[in-house]
Design a protein around this ligand. Sequence first.
Ligand code: DGL
Length: 420
Amino acid sequence: MKALAVLLLFVGPLHAGDLIEHVRSHPDGKAAFTFEAGAWSDAEATRHLPIGVFDSGIGGLTVLEALLTLDVFHNDTLQPGADGVPDFAQERFIYFGDQANMPYGNYSAVNRTDYLRELIVKDAIFLLGRRAWPVQGETPLYTKPPVKAIVIACNTATAYGLEDIRKALAAWKLPVIVVGVVEAGARGVLESNTTGGIGVLATVGTCASGVYPRTITQTLGLAGKSVPVIAQQGSPTLAGAIEGDAAFPDSVAAYALKEARALAEAYRDSKPQAPLQTIVLGCTHYPLAKSEIDTAFDSLRKEAAFSQMIAEQRLFVNPAEATARELFRELARSKLRLKPGETCALDRGQFYLSVPRVEEVGIQLTADGSLDKDYKYSRSPGQMDFEDTKNIPLTPDLLPANSLKLVRERLPAVWQSLTR
Ligand code: DGL
């Protein structure tokens, strides 16, 4: 019993430990959920590897857009300030969206966070490895390059998986850095110099984990700032509505108003001294609905119950931008950044999406390409040699029409990279 307690303390929950061992026992990286152990043995070659970005689906493309367009540093001197050259101009990105297993934000509500945690570590393993499936074909290929850094573009995945991934990277002794949206978002709150209260809008899972209040409190505390009231509101619908999912027939504005009202009520119940001023857009999709969310708070201010409770001007924290800045600093700090004039081993970005292995597993699909809901939430961790989904190159025709429209109209840098 004591030995088990010590083991749990050391490797965390056993399923993360299982994956650590599974990878160790397949050093050639040919098996499912493994990668080639020696891929980072040459430090100079490592620096020229691409950067991996993953999310539960396509929402994380908002983070990729921020990565592709960030220009807040001088590329030569690394000093703050735009220089007209995107800060990651030399780098290339590999994006992975676990569309078949999404939404990650709803696993906690059905008590499947242990399975979700395994999925998240498997996402990181995919980015570290060379193994990916072709669109057509019976066997995986080994042509995808490994990565030198992992950006967890998903708030829910950061909430439930960042520590597991850090633990696993340390256990495998890899020189790979990992950046999650939540720590970066908390830093964004600090940099917003808010004088009012803080509201977090996120998925149900992210809110249930308490990760934002905890991380914001730590970040403000470490900077010597007092911590104002932090309220949060988890939505099971807003992300789907923003994606245009037919299951959510009302307008984005209507869902945004519902969530803004619930957040304002939660804030009021905490008996704050100052009005709610800073809103953290704690879900990948929410930056795309910033104006609807802001309008919702404007209309709530017209109600007597909230007129003094909500600041006239809100400050929005978009963790995507904060994450891009954090990645720049981390790459520079760990000497993994490509300098002006240098080139990545990959000449253009790559995109992958998970899809159900329908024929092999005999499962039903939903309209957005994800697994059937009953099947999805019935699974348990510990499956190392069975793949019910496969990660294939993402081409525009694989995206539902609404998602495609969203990317084309709202994420131009991503669209250009995807359709080059
Ligand atoms: N990407 C998720 C997040 O940022 C939202 C979508 C989902 O629940 O999978 O939390």
